[in-house]
Design a protein around this ligand. Structure first.
Ligand code: PLP
Ligand code: COI
Length: 355
């Protein structure tokens, strides 16, 4: 059991009025903090008023990016209960990222306990309007003031909370996606499977290019042949081709999304065939030309289920569907968010209540 010292703010911030439509711009009154020191381990778990952090200009994270982050949400249910969605998966993925980045591991129960504790303290901040939730951002970074390239000997684990609406301003309206044929995000043996800032920093140039051309996200191809589909900037990707659901297999260079895993399990529970395999951009183009590319959608904590209406690859622009969300995408959205908001039963035992 984690011994958490709680210091409450004496100056609570004014909560936003009306439904929240932004993502990641508003923060709650408190944050969770815990330090790691080599030889001591994780220590000083505490909840404090939300505040700026002070670090040395020589701090290892500023120079060499030794950090990881996670993303999950707390949902205010239709029955007034607060639920987390599969937080143990975020705890496991934290340790997977940590191993890749030489950050000390955290006991899984400690991670979940810390998340529950901070959400309980700022429970009043969980938005209650439809399609809103409390986005939870745990992160760990090396804090040593040292310019040599070596794993830090001290770390800070923080959790901040952000009441949020939809990640994409368009909500459930299909978005256009740019298949990037020049830049790559990750290579096998690299750190594509880890949730770490560097993977996002290296995505920005392509994202700017895509935005300039009117596309909202980038779809990455593999870093070697630049031919096989990997994932989108902040979500995994699914295709419905000739009645089957197809998604790139986990190969070490894409993020093992928790929503991805949930989509696969839900589809299989409906008796649908799901293939996790390599899928080339040329297979997609052929499927679209022959009318077999029926639906495309992304999956992610922030994005939930996000339909794709247009895919661009070099000179090819593929249109998918009729400009509205496809039936499987809609059913998945309704099922996954239904479980999250306590509107329907949770046969998988995925939700964890915060009391
Ligand atoms: N891929 C990337 C690059 C992401 O940033 C995310 C978001 O977390 C995902 C996939 C989806 O992962 P999850 O479903 O666990 O949120
Ligand atoms: C999430 O979905 O939790 C993410 O981390 C996406 C993020 C990069 C905005």
């Amino acid at each position: 059991m984690l011994d958490i010292k709680v210091t409450r703010t004496t100056h609570p911030a004014k909560k936003p009025e009306g439904p929240i439509t932004s993502f990641g711009k508003i923060f709650t009154d408190h944050m969770f903090l815990m330090n790691y020191t080599e030889g001591i381990g994780w220590h000083d778990a505490r909840i404090e008023p939300f505040h700026d952090l002070t670090i040395s200009p020589a701090c290892v994270v500023l120079h060499y990016g030794q950090e990881m982050f996670e993303g999950l949400k707390a949902y205010y249910g239709v029955d007034g209960k607060v639920r987390l969605f599969r937080p143990i998966m975020n705890a496991r993925r934290t340790n997977s990222s940590n191993r890749r980045l030489c950050i000390p591991e955290l006991p899984e129960e400690m991670f979940v306990e810390a998340v529950k504790a901070i959400v309980a303290v700022d429970r009043d901040w969980i938005p209650t309007d439809p399609d809103t939730s409390l986005y939870i951002r745990p992160f760990i970074f090396g804090t040593d003031a040292f310019l040599g390239v070596a794993p830090s000997q001290t770390y800070l684990f923080c959790i901040i909370l952000s009441p949020s609406g939809a990640y994409y301003a368009s909500g459930l309206k299909p978005v256009g996606i740019w298949i990037e044929d020049d830049y790559v995000r990750a290579v096998r043996g690299g750190m594509g499977f880890a949730k770490t800032g560097g993977n996002y920093a290296c995505s920005l140039a392509a994202q700017v290019k895509a935005h300039d051309d009117g596309y909202s996200q980038v779809l990455w191809l593999d870093g070697v042949e630049r031919k096989y589909i990997e994932e989108v900037g902040a979500m995994n990707i699914f295709f419905k081709i000739g009645g089957r659901i197809v998604t790139p297999m986990l190969n070490g260079s894409i993020l093992p999304g928790i929503t991805r895993d949930s989509v696969i399990q839900v589809c299989r529970s409906w008796g649908m065939e799901v293939e996790e395999r390599k899928i080339s951009v040329f297979e997609l183009i052929d499927a679209q030309k022959s009318g077999r590319l029926e639906e495309v959608f992304g999956s992610g904590t922030a994005a939930v289920i996000s339909p794709v209406g247009k895919l661009r690859y070099v000179d090819e622009v593929m249109t998918i569907g009729d400009g509205s969300i496809g039936p499987v995408s809609q059913k998945l959205y309704d099922t996954i968010t239904g479980i999250q908001w306590g509107k329907i039963a949770d046969p998988f035992g995925w939700t964890v209540e915060v009391v």
